[in-house]
Design a protein around this ligand. Structure first.
Ligand code: ISL
Ligand code: CA
Length: 556
């Protein structure tokens, strides 16, 4: 039988360092704060930590604008702190992967500063510099955070490409010297002992030759436009694999917008020697606005569509590639608010249901910090509470500049979709600022921390937290969770997500009610007298009857 890789059995925990734990009273989470909670993470049972960027950065986009790849941002600590974290994690058997942001740098990176000086420096070609089209930008591409993807620069009378903010110029992967500089940097981190990378927008690194105009899509999200899945992307990833990754026993997960399962067989197919897995986003786009406002929407994803997409990925990658499983991250609303029900009566139950549904799929599950508590969206009501550049720019564009949405409408959309929903501080206890910091945090703590916090969760055997702990343990104990086939049942059912996992002579049945309604489904027909209920989010089992957000797992 084929060898299973260590990361196929693993559960990953994503840490957003800025919001995890402040230890030096500046209102910003830091590396010592992560070290302080390693035992907590070990107790939960996760295997791998993924840290959002902690490198030196002017923080135009919270660290996704890097000005030195080999320095730690002073907000977070020092390289000595990082080395201590890595050692402390390894000591506990935890792996640690870093965010690798190599589609772009900060405009304050020395490479960009040099490239901006004159047209003849070798660094000029590390980025995309182009003459304008008369008085306008070289092409019609939009930036993800609003406006044109081109910024005019007086010094040399040319424009540079930035597919995100103006302070995030795109690196030119056509340039072999640039690629070597990136590979040297990656090798440096891997030699330090980090266990892999989450690669930011990695399917954007190959731009179409000649940078041609794209179809104009009014106020659409950047996502799957002109710059994803370009012609040389697989060549670059194979080169990176061969020159860097193949030398180490590490894991890689690429962030890839606008990909189908067929695309991912190329990015992460077993024999491709590119990436180990990717984050796809089809399941997170089903609730996008149908009226041209992209992610700025208050819709709910229809369950039938959600099941269809998940089924396509489960079946499409089975035996050929490997899925990443996630409901949320630092760019999305909170899982329980988006796919479950964060009203007090249903929050705990629906958070456990979502966890059950996701963790028993085939793939590597990712838990975003606070998800294990059932943390909710921020529900901010004031624009001044928001910090995120994407959120603030979108408001400026849609409400102030183009006046396409009223203030009230946009505030409702931000409350449902802003990235800041998942960036509020981790809720540790009932004390000041949820125990995150002794001073006012960089972004407001959710006032519901009085009920929703780690201390309360650990004291309550029925908490969301212990449900996650059980799911993680189940995955570690039962090979079927990693290896079993997936079969979707009741595909057109609008309330219930039901599936089977089969491996050798075993069959498991997972049943999840995604609604607050009581429903009845033919569950018992799938079971035998010897069947056993392995896990549930209610105290008893009513057979074919499902209560609000009920989730049940049977060994058939
Ligand atoms: O956040 C998004 C939608 O709200 C996405 O469009 C996001 O910009 C895209 O997923 C790329 O995300 C990654 O790169 C960005 C950074 O802002 C995100 O935080 C990061 O996850 C630019 O580096
Ligand atoms: Ca701090």
């Amino acid at each position: 039988t084929e060898q299973i890789k260590w990361w196929q059995r693993a559960v990953v925990y994503q840490i957003y360092p800025r919001s995890f734990q402040d230890t030096n009273d500046d209102g910003i989470g830091d590396i010592q704060g992560i070290i302080a909670h390693l035992d907590y993470l070990k107790q939960l049972g996760v295997d791998v930590l993924w840290l959002n960027p902690i490198y030196q950065s002017p923080n135009d986009d919270n660290g996704y604008d890097i000005s030195d790849y080999q320095k730690i941002a002073s907000d977070f600590g020092s390289m000595a702190d990082f080395d201590a974290l890595l050692a402390a994690a390894h000591q506990r058997g935890l792996k640690l992967i870093m965010d690798l942001v190599v589609n772009h740098t900060s405009d304050e990176h020395p490479w960009f500063k040099a490239s901006r000086q004159d047209k003849l420096t070798p660094y000029r070609n590390f980025y995309f510099w182009r003459a304008g089209n008369g008085d306008s930008a070289p092409n019609n591409w939009d930036a993800a955070f609003g406006g044109s993807a081109w910024q005019y620069d007086e010094q040399t009378n040319e424009y540079y490409l930035h597919t995100f903010s103006t302070k995030q110029p795109d690196l030119n992967w056509e340039n072999p010297e640039m690629r070597q500089a990136i590979y040297r940097m990656m090798t440096w981190w891997l030699n330090k002992g980090v266990d892999g990378f989450r690669m930011d927008v990695i399917n954007q690194i190959s731009k179409r030759p000649g940078l041609p105009d794209g179809p104009l899509k009014p106020h659409s999200q950047f996502g799957d436009s002109q710059v994803t899945n370009g012609p040389r992307v697989h060549e670059f990833l194979k080169e990176m694999h061969q020159q860097v990754l193949a030398q180490f026993e590490v894991m890689t997960v690429g962030e890839t917008h606008g990909v189908t399962p067929a695309d991912v067989l190329k990015y992460a197919g077993k024999d491709r020697q590119e990436l180990d897995m990717v984050f796809e986003f089809q399941h997170l786009r089903l609730d996008n606005s149908q009226h041209g406002f992209g992610k700025w929407s208050t819709r709910k994803a229809p369950l039938v569509a959600l099941k269809r997409v998940i089924n396509e990925w489960q079946v499409g990658l089975h035996d050929q590639a490997w899925n990443s499983l996630f409901w949320n991250n630092h760019d999305t609303p909170r899982a329980v608010s988006r796919f479950g029900d964060d009203r007090p009566a249903y929050r705990v139950c629906s958070a456990k249901m979502l966890a059950t549904c996701l963790h028993l799929l085939q793939g590597t599950p990712y838990i975003y910090q606070g998800e294990e508590l059932g943390m909710t969206d921020a529900h901010f009501t004031e624009l001044a509470s928001y910090r995120d550049i994407e959120t603030l720019n979108a408001y400026q564009d849609l409400v102030n500049d183009r006046q396409l949405l009223t203030k009230a409408d946009m505030m409702a959309r931000l409350a449902a979709s802003s990235r800041d929903n998942s960036r509020t501080p981790m809720q540790w206890n009932q004390q000041l600022n949820a125990g995150f910091s002794s001073v006012t945090p960089w972004i407001a703590v959710n006032p519901n921390y009085h009920e929703i916090n780690v201390a309360a969760a650990l004291a309550d055997p029925d908490s969301v937290w212990y449900h996650y702990q059980r799911l993680i343990a189940l995955r570690h104990q039962e090979p079927i969770v990693t290896l079993g086939d997936f079969e979707l049942l009741l595909p057109t059912d609008t309330a219930v997500f039901m599936y089977r996992r089969c491996w050798q002579d075993q069959t498991w049945l997972v049943v999840c009610n995604f609604t607050a309604q009581r429903v009845q489904r033919p569950i018992m027909a799938e079971l035998k007298d010897s069947s056993e209920l392995l896990l549930s989010n209610y105290a008893d089992d009513l057979a074919d009857k499902l209560r609000p957000y009920e989730a049940k797992v049977y060994r058939c």
